[in-house]
Design a protein around this ligand. Structure first.
Ligand SMILES: [Zn+2]
Length: 695
């Protein structure tokens, strides 16, 4: 069948019997081979030169003769050879697609013994492969299993008839479910041990089917696909299709669809690895680190890394990031507060939008990674997509200001996104009397455009990657931490009022020593916090009066800082700690008073996104430690408005806000791998469902 109008021709359904000999006799497999060639056959015929075009009757013989002479033992290897051969013989051909289906013939059992040479056709289960090769060598290998008819029963004591193997009767529906399944996966290389991998995939999927504890077929199929992806790193995509009520999914049509590469069946569950990563020191990680170091050279104080709010060197930072973003295919803008924003589109215009960001500013004499690493990683995430479009768009944001150094007001960049940058803030001045508004104008931006900095309606989630800035991950020898909440904080000033008196003449039992009362309390604070999970409490400052070596302290002023991720725990702890002060004071006839100076509630991050991020880290091979952030971050500002999640990378030495601040390449790779897996989780997640709009 030559279809010149369609510029393609081929041969459908050449049948072969593949015989494998071994000690006990031989095994039999039936192969059905289909060939489809695409190319400019029209012009070949019009110019009268069709001598190089293989006629279809010859093609059938080619399939046979190559099968006889080939040393390939797997369908995939044979299909590669056949495609190569056909491309070599037909220069007009642009691509050759070979699809093979293989079914096992079973040895007949006669008188209870397997017969050495007699067979019958076995179950309907098929092994499939589709190899497509183009002139020039590009190759794609899909393999699969077709028509696995599966049924699960519970050991419920049920006995009797069911309607058929795929339909359950109402009275048995809790005990039985069955489904007919096809799986097809894509190999990442064309040189693999295909039969062994197929066996592993088949066993993994069947094991998951048997053991997965769910009454939903859909969920079970999803789990099967996940387990297959996890078990075999040599595949990067798997599609599991169920033969549902719609006959569209049935085999004859799907075969045609595959060979002709038209639209896929609608009811497909597809999981794709967006990228394969190793957790080792890689070029990718090295490039990210060197970009951070390159940005660190943009500074307002030579010899240091210092970038406060929108200094002239921030133009260089923007230029570097803009170059990298544009090279990755993103469109870039700077909003009116100076946030740099790179946009990577989704599958459709107006797709939901995932924000990935962190900050571009630093504290004075800072390190090279606090903040900036999260932005550079955001760019790397889009680079890793290699042009792949997701059901959601991605906006990578470099926030202009987070540290709050220049105007003693933190988070200017993220506040603009959530519309909380008020007139009062714009009027704040720095030490030279320059206002926020003036600083914006001096940078060349227009404060009147601030409303346009607000986050897009399409935004459905925010992800921030940031160094831990603490010793927890290093102490546990872990790359990553999944942040559950940014802690709340209470700051209190306490005054212990006793009686100042002569250090020599006042006997011990007649003293009212404010210093001793405070000292006992300070140690009690340390004990209390140490014995309460997740609580940190600090007395960082004491001031004694009159403050002389030969005078009993009459008055002592002490600071108290209490932090916890859970506000109620923090509040209860503050009450308990104040009571401890009371106890230590009363014992000495000292009077204690307290004044609350700051109370800031905890900011929980989105539990569902956090669970997805945690899962992503595990799947990427870097189980994250769940933790709280003791410091503030842009995620704190965004979380009340948009579901947010945050990933910490280990801080070597627990060091930050210091020129020696650094990050390990393997942790950067782990964070990137986790982020890519997180994108896949988001894409496949029903609850977040960014396909349909807001979460
Ligand atoms: Zn930071």
């Amino acid at each position: 069948m030559i279809e010149l109008a369609e510029n393609r021709y081929g041969k459908s359904r050449v049948r072969l019997m593949k015989v494998t000999r071994h000690d006990h006799g031989h095994d039999l497999r039936e192969w059905t081979v289909q060939v489809l060639l695409k190319g400019d056959f029209d012009s070949a015929h019009l110019h009268g030169d069709n001598s190089k075009i293989l006629p279809t009757d010859t093609m059938k013989n080619t399939v046979y003769s190559l099968a006889r002479s080939s040393s390939a033992t797997t369908m995939e290897d044979y299909a590669k050879e056949l495609a190569d051969f056909l491309l070599g013989r037909n220069p007009q051909v642009q691509s050759a697609s070979i699809r093979i289906e293989s079914t096992l013939w079973k040895r007949l059992t006669i008188d209870g013994k397997p017969h050495p040479s007699a067979f019958m056709r076995g179950s309907g289960e098929l092994q499939t492969t589709s190899v497509e090769r183009t002139q020039g060598g590009a190759i794609q290998i899909l393999s699969g299993l077709d028509n696995l008819v599966l049924l699960k029963t519970a050991n419920s004591g049920f006995e009797g008839y069911i309607k058929d193997s795929l339909t359950t009767l109402p009275e048995t529906k809790d005990r039985l479910f069955g489904t007919a399944v096809s799986a097809e996966w894509r190999y990442t290389s064309s040189d693999l041990d295909f039969d062994t991998l197929r066996t592993t995939l088949r066993e993994t999927m069947l094991r998951t089917f048997a053991n997965h504890d769910s009454k939903s077929v859909q969920q079970t199929l999803y789990a099967m696909a996940e387990s297959a992806l996890e078990a075999v790193p040599e595949i990067d995509e798997i599609e599991i299709t169920r033969a549902g009520q719609s006959k569209r999914n049935l085999r004859p049509h799907r075969r045609a669809a595959r060979v002709y590469r038209s639209a896929r069946a609608a009811k497909a569950l597809r999981l794709t690895r967006l990228a394969t990563m190793t957790g080792k020191h890689t070029d990718r990680a090295a490039r990210i680190i060197s970009r951070c170091r390159q940005i660190a050279t943009c500074t307002e104080v030579p010899g240091e890394i210092t970038r406060l709010f929108l200094p002239p060197p921030m133009h260089e930072v923007h230029a570097l990031l803009r170059d990298w973003m544009e090279a990755a295919g993103m469109t870039v803008r700077v909003d009116a507060i100076g946030n740099l924003r790179g946009f990577w589109p989704g599958l459709k215009p107006g797709s939901p939008r995932l924000l990935i960001g962190s900050h571009l500013d630093t504290v004075p004499n800072a390190g090279a990674f606090d903040g900036i690493l999260g932005v550079v990683l955001g760019v790397a995430i889009v680079e890793e997509l290699k042009g792949h479009l997701l059901p959601f768009a991605i906006e990578v944001i470099g926030f202009s200001e987070e540290e709050g150094v220049r105007f003693s007001k933190a988070f200017l960049g993220s506040l603009a996104l959530v519309g909380k940058l008020d007139a009062g803030t714009l009027a704040r001045t720095d030490r030279s009397g320059i206002s926020v508004r003036q600083a914006i104008e001096a940078y060349g931006l227009d404060p009147a455009q601030l409303p346009a900095a607000a986050l897009a309606n399409e935004a459905f989630a925010y992800l921030e990657l940031h160094i831990e800035q603490g010793p927890v991950l290093e102490n546990e020898d872990t790359s990553l931490g999944v942040v559950e909440a940014l802690v709340g904080q209470t700051r209190i000033e306490l005054i212990f009022a006793g009686q100042a008196n002569h250090a020599g003449t006042t006997p011990m039992h007649l003293r009212h020593d404010a210093m001793a009362a405070a000292a006992e309390w300070i140690v009690a604070v340390e004990d209390y916090a140490s014995s309460h999970n997740g609580l940190v409490a600090t007395v960082g400052k004491v001031e004694a009066a009159p403050g002389a070596g030969n005078v009993i302290a009459g008055k002592l002023t002490a600071s108290l800082d209490v932090r916890h991720a859970d506000d109620r725990t923090r509040e209860a702890s503050v009450i308990a700690i104040l009571k401890l002060a009371e106890t230590a004071a009363t014992r000495r006839g000292v009077h204690v008073t307290s004044t609350k100076q700051l109370e800031q509630p905890a900011v929980p991050l989105d539990p569902h996104l956090t669970a997805l991020l945690n899962k992503a880290a595990s799947q990427a091979g870097f189980p994250g430690r769940r933790m709280t952030s003791g410091a503030g971050h842009d995620a704190m500002i965004l979380a009340p408005t948009i579901p947010s999640a945050m990933l910490f990378l280990r801080s070597p030495g627990g060091l930050s806000h210091h020129p020696d601040e650094t990050v390990l390449p393997q942790d950067v790779e782990a964070a990137l791998a986790t982020a890519m897996e997180f994108l896949a989780q988001l894409r496949d997640d029903d609850r977040t469902n960014p396909r349909d709009g807001h979460a």
